[in-house]
Design a protein around this ligand. Structure first.
Ligand SMILES: Nc1nc2c(ncn2[C@@H]2O[C@H](COP(=O)(O)OP(=O)(O)OP(=O)(O)O)[C@@H](O)[C@H]2O)c(=O)[nH]1
Length: 242
């Protein structure tokens, strides 16, 4: 069976159109929502963004010959903005705080509580991840990993620590898990390759490699190496990458 036939068969399971996932990224200003969005979309770290811009970005993933379409909303909450725009839209939520900013951790709690309350009121069940970002700045850490983990247990959500400034795998791990969970919820079947044992290629993409069982919840592996990120200025013109 050719690669194209396998892809066709895989796609047929979803009426010919690729499965889609809407993921909203929320949190206080400056925690790295835009940086994590860009990292996931382009695998690159970009230092500066326009803090007032909110945008939705799309990425196609290849999951063992199945096309997946992932839409990310990099949110930007203002005093008068209505969170319903992403609460209603999203299939999953990434609530980001910076491990170097305790206030952002408190804000993340409020975000997760509001999301959970909205989901409950609307009888919806969506995965929510609490994400402590900027672990490359370990020396400035204000929120311990144990505190992040304890809050996720209390709020009954997933927990990861990440960095947008280092390896892509930190970020891929979070999205891989959310996509897997959303898929099961939205399409009623686990996200798994069309199983043709003798022809199955060795999975290489991080999405596949990082696929995890449903439980237990747990943080991504922490890495202590420090690197100097590129010192460049960009605006949200990275939108052109889509
Ligand atoms: N060292 C380091 N810096 C990061 C990381 N993530 C983001 N930053 C930096 O933190 C600053 C804020 O990042 P943003 O992505 O703009 O944060 P945001 O949450 O989108 O906040 P607004 O743009 O203000 O809405 C920028 O200077 C980023 O370069 C990270 O993982 N490590």
């Amino acid at each position: 069976m050719t690669m194209n036939t396998r892809r066709g068969l895989a796609q047929q399971r979803f009426n010919g159109s690729p499965p889609e996932y809407n993921i909203a990224i929320v949190g206080a200003l400056g925690v790295g929502k835009s940086a994590l969005t860009v990292k996931y979309i382009t695998k690159r770290f970009i230092m500066e963004y326009d803090p007032d811009l909110e945008g939705t970005y799309t990425k196609h993933e290849d999951w063992d010959n199945l096309d997946l379409v992932v839409h990310l909303m990099d949110t930007c909450d203002k005093e008068d903005s209505d969170p319903a725009r992403y609460l209603k839209w999203a299939d999953a939520f990434v609530t980001v705080y910076s491990i170097t900013n305790r206030q952002s951790f408190e804000t993340a709690r409020e975000y997760v509580e509001n999301i959970t309350q909205f989901l409950k009121q609307n009888s919806r069940d969506c995965p929510v991840a609490l994400v402590g970002n900027k672990i490359d700045l370990e020396r400035y850490r204000q929120v311990s990993k144990a505190e992040g983990s304890a809050l996720s247990v209390e709020l009954e959500c997933l927990f990861y620590e990440t960095t947008a400034a280092e390896e892509y795998d930190y970020v891929a791990t979070v999205f891989s898990r959310l996509i897997t969970e959303v898929h099961a919820e939205k399409y009623g079947v686990p996200l798994q390759p069309l199983f043709i044992a003798e022809e199955r290629a060795t999975p290489r993409d991080p999405l596949h490699v990082r696929q995890r069982p449903k439980s237990p919840k747990g943080p991504a592996t922490e890495k202590k190496d420090e690197k100097n990120p590129q010192k460049k200025n960009f605006s949200k013109l990275f939108k052109i990458f889509n």
